[in-house]
Write a protein that binds this ligand. Structure first.
Ligand SMILES: Nc1nc2c(c(=O)[nH]1)N[C@@H](CN(C=O)c1ccc(C(=O)N[C@@H](CCC(=O)O)C(=O)O)cc1)CN2
Ligand code: MG
Length: 304
């Protein structure tokens, strides 16, 4: 490979960052147990047999136990009535052993996801999806921050230091990633554009940005020549595509091979933002536990 072909972007290593964060969380969990006799507990609810969700829930269980927390798994059949799920959540809300509650998304179509999210006690809502937490983030208050945007922001701060005054584009306006990410960037004094499927000249919006957060769920949609030279690219997409030889491959929302030649720093897929999601879920569980017990413990990772 000649110099002109060698990738110029720094690779942002989410695997390494999330492993260090999980270690830090484990230290805090052991301190909580030894000094205050409290063990954080995370309840994860899975409805149905979606294969990707099963993998994520299994990984959450494993990582939760590794940090020394309690993990409570609730696996329900796909045809579980909404009322049963709401009753389960009521019980978890009242359970003093449970400090964090997460309902794995997507839910089966017959269940109203928003109603389920709103049934979770806001101070145990470790996904940060309850309207109370959404409002806290939007108004600059202290709540729980959605895991994927929180992890993306940790990677950005680690890569760039201060984000103040930078232009950021967030591609995608979902409640899970796009909207909370935009609020976090505003909080860091970025000038933020939220682009989406109706945006007129997406390439031009991306070309103007020092920070690109791609969260559209469209494989390799963001092309290399859209990226401003030296920009930082955070690829939130996780898309499994089938190659001509029939094999499958995981790709992001950004055409990595092109973007890596232009960007200053970029997250790979896999191994970028993905592993941060679970690490931040553990961090939110620790935070929720400390708040529920009125304990003033050092944050695992000082940011946010
Ligand atoms: N209630 C929630 N549901 C969902 C969330 C969420 O934050 N809360 N996010 C996603 C899925 N998700 C966690 O639930 C998740 C996605 C991806 C990863 C991850 O580690 N990805 C790896 C690749 C994994 C693979 O090989 O497939 C990576 O990018 O390196 C973790 C968690 C939707 N639902
Ligand atoms: Mg999350």
């Amino acid at each position: 490979m000649t110099d002109s072909q060698s990738p110029r972007a720094k690779l942002i290593d989410g695997n390494a960052f999330s492993a260090a964060l999980r270690d830090e969380i484990a230290t805090r969990v052991h301190e909580l147990r030894d000094l205050h006799h409290v063990v954080p507990g995370l309840a994860v609810v899975l409805v149905g047999e979606d294969p990707a969700s099963q993998v994520y829930v299994r990984n959450k269980h494993k990582r939760t136990l590794e940090t020394g927390m309690n993990s409570f798994e609730h696996k329900l059949p796909a045809d579980t009535p909404e009322s049963h799920l709401l009753t389960l959540i009521e019980g978890l809300n009242d359970d003093p052993e449970v400090h964090g509650i997460l309902v794995q998304l997507p839910l089966p179509r017959h269940i109203n996801a928003q109603k389920v999210i709103e049934a979770i006690r806001p101070d145990k809502d470790v996904d940060g999806f309850h309207p109370w937490n959404v409002g806290m983030l939007a108004s600059g208050g202290i709540g729980l921050i959605p895991c994927t945007p929180l992890g993306s922001m940790m990677l950005l701060r680690d890569t760039l230091g201060s984000l103040s005054g930078l232009k950021a584009v967030v591609i995608g306006r979902s409640n899970i990633v796009g909207k909370p990410m935009a609020h976090l960037l505003i909080r860091e004094s970025c000038t933020v554009t939220v682009a989406h499927s109706r945006t007129k000249d997406l390439a031009a919006e991306v070309r103007a940005a020092d920070i690109v957060v791609a969260a559209v769920g469209q494989p390799e949609m963001v092309k290399g020549d859209w990226i401003k030279p030296g920009a930082t690219v955070i690829d939130v997409g996780i898309n499994r595509i089938t190659l001509p030889d029939g094999k499958t491959k995981l790709v992001g929302d950004v055409k990595f091979d092109e973007a890596v030649q232009v960007a200053g720093a970029i997250t790979p897929v896999p191994g970028g933002v993905g592993p941060m999601t679970i690490a931040c879920l553990l961090r939110n569980t620790l935070t929720a536990c400390a708040r529920l017990h009125n304990l003033d413990i050092p944050e695992a990772h000082p940011w946010a």
